[in-house]
Design a protein around this ligand. Sequence first.
Ligand SMILES: C[S@@+](CC[C@H](N)C(=O)[O-])C[C@H]1O[C@@H](n2cnc3c(N)ncnc32)[C@H](O)[C@@H]1O
Length: 352
Amino acid sequence: MEKSQNIPKMPLKSRRKSAYYASTRSKRPATAPAKSAADGEAETRFGRHVPVMLAEVVQALLVHAGDAYIDCTVGEGGHLEAIWQHSQPGGRVLGIDADEAAIARARVRFAPYQQEIVVEHGNFRDVEAIAHEHGFAAVQGIVLDLGLNTRQLGSGRGFSFHEDAPLDMRFDRAQPLTADQVVNHYPEDRLAQVLREYGEEPRARRIARAVVRQRPVRTALELGQIVGAAVGSAGGRIHPATRTFQAVRIEVNQELASLETGLKQAIRLLAPGGRVAVVSFHSLEDRVVKQVFQRARRGCGSPADCADEQCLHKPVARRVEPKLWRPSPEETDTNPRSRSARMRVLERLPEG
Ligand SMILES: C[S@@+](CC[C@H](N)C(=O)[O-])C[C@H]1O[C@@H](n2cnc3c(N)ncnc32)[C@H](O)[C@@H]1O
């Protein structure tokens, strides 16, 4: 029988999820972290961060007692907590996040469980080195839940066009490139290219021109207003600056390049039969996931000519069906952020 068949279906209201895990994991009901993702601590003016496709991630990774797992995107710790609980007794989880503030909160929250949970500030494009440093080689499961968490929207870093905050948009505040540099210092052509490539913004040129004309742009709110005035709302439900903000954030954090590198490393870190699950929120992320997974399933085809240092050359993995996992209608009803979510899951071959 597959391990996944042992995992109970979770109730849909996320507030109840932690309690449900505790009650269904009778081995350790008293050890759940004092602060769960359902606690008020994760509440911001943008709402509370509710982990997306939580039950599906646990199910897809076949989380099993005694095994080792990595959460590459700790955020508010919802996925980490669930994976940890299902991996007890005996399991260990390594959590990584580029956001120092998220890691600081996770360190406090999971402090009583240091034997089982290690959290480390870092970028998942370095997951292999971080994992080896902490004794996590050949792990049974890895999750990446991409994008930003709800708390970051209200963090004063200008991630949202509703925020009267400086243009920063860095997950990792130690890195040099900020949104201010992209918005106020990139030449118009380069800015338009960023908006086109990373925002799939059809009116990239018009927006770039308007931004350049109105420099310096001081705040996220101001940027949102400039974009809105340049292209209008077209009466849609989506704010006209949504694509612009996505594009600038991807550029600032080099999100797609990190994803490609991190995923290749994640696949290498898997034990035979181990799984990696990636929850993505837009087509650009999903395209990278799809391409990296495809390469892992098929191999590069030509080891002699392959210029990719990270390529494993031969097929090392298989797809875990369904091809594309989607949140349940109940989840999309209760958590609007989950509506654009999709998940792909890959399994390392026994001999891979
Ligand atoms: C959607 S949130 C994760 C939420 C988390 N699963 C939870 O249950 O609370 C995404 C997180 O990934 C982090 N992140 C984004 N890109 C990263 C990267 N390249 N390396 C490490 N962390 C990254 C962000 O800082 C953010 O906290």
